[in-house]
Write a protein that binds this ligand. Sequence first.
Ligand code: PMP
Length: 423
Amino acid sequence: MTTPPWLEEGSNHIWLPYSQMKTAPAPLAVSSTFGATITLSDGRELLDGIASWWTACHGYNHPHVMQAMKHQIDVMPHIMFGGLNHEPALKLAKRLANMLPGDLNRVFFVDSGSVSVEVSMKMAIQYWINKGVKGRSKFVSFKDGYHGDTLGCMSIADPEEGMHHVFNDVLLDQFVIDIPRSPTQLKAFDAFLKEHKHEIAGVITEPLVQGAGGMKFFGPDILRNMCETTQNNDMLFIVDEIFTGFGRTGSMFAIEQADIIPDIICLSKALTAGTMPMACAVAQDHIFDAFLSDDFDFALQHGPTYMANPLACAAANASLDLFETEPRLEQVKHINRKLKNALTPMQSIKGVRNVRTLGAIGVVQVWDMKDVNWLKNRFVEEGIWVRPFRDIIYLTPAFTITDDEMDKLTGALARVMNEWSKL
Ligand code: PMP
């Protein structure tokens, strides 16, 4: 297999994500994508089981999204958002507000998921300041949670389990607690909020699935109880739907399954269908109203250079068209059945601890990953792209993946896991 010159020449100048650069195996060289297939520069094809960190929900290079982006690139790939607005952004904001429940009506666009979480935290802190309430600047978040890699986001992640523990000494002090699952735990959660009310701005969680924390699931009832208890205590409830948003858990947004209306919701990843970096924090009217004043200090002090990038907004609008015109949630249901059928038998493989599915998410959790690089290599040899991490091997395919592709993906996964059990 030949290494393309750009990989050889550029490798000494690149710093890769979450990688120990001394020992990390060389990444694969990709030349193109289409549908659920990644083509490598040496001609090999990989069937993608994770849709580029679950962004490419309609598959790669969907013609409708491509066409919208090509049109936008000719018209206006970017324009600053300070003092200037444009149709793709305002159309998208209106569509998102119409899709979200209650009066989640104000969309603040940013350029990455982490930054949308930072903005939601700033909104919550400044909300209390604007209301003249002092000292409410801390957040309650949950063990196994993950919200991004910037400093504020790291401070609300699980300090023990997360990948950020080396920063523990410098991070903002927050309350990272257990998800209240039982009635007794919920009572304790309520008591905790009451005790610390004077210092808490809000409670933040990923809904139904804690993704990077190990694809841990919790039910809609638990989410509803968390939200109700938080809001009954006059605190803001922030939901990070960066992973779960846009159909991944079986409903357009995970919050729908719990029938809740958070004060702020963060969206990203599948927002632009795996094409452009963009995210947003969407606030309820009562949050937005607290920033209205004749005093400029009441304004939200944030404004990324590439905020509401028109090309990204065009991609997002095209993605929403597809959710309206194609049966995406039906496809998620179908994928769930396929995942259940294929993964459940893997429960009996020696070394497998748990198998679980939710929407278009399939998880095989093991007791001990043993040799993660062996697994990664075997998956590639089998022609599939799957990235095990911590103690899980997971699938989050494009919703448009075909039955044949699903069978190939899960068949290869089962073969490799059976070999793995004999290591
Ligand atoms: N929150 C959640 C739940 C995520 O899954 C991620 C990304 N994996 C983020 C926040 C951070 O998003 P980004 O990588 O775009 O900054």
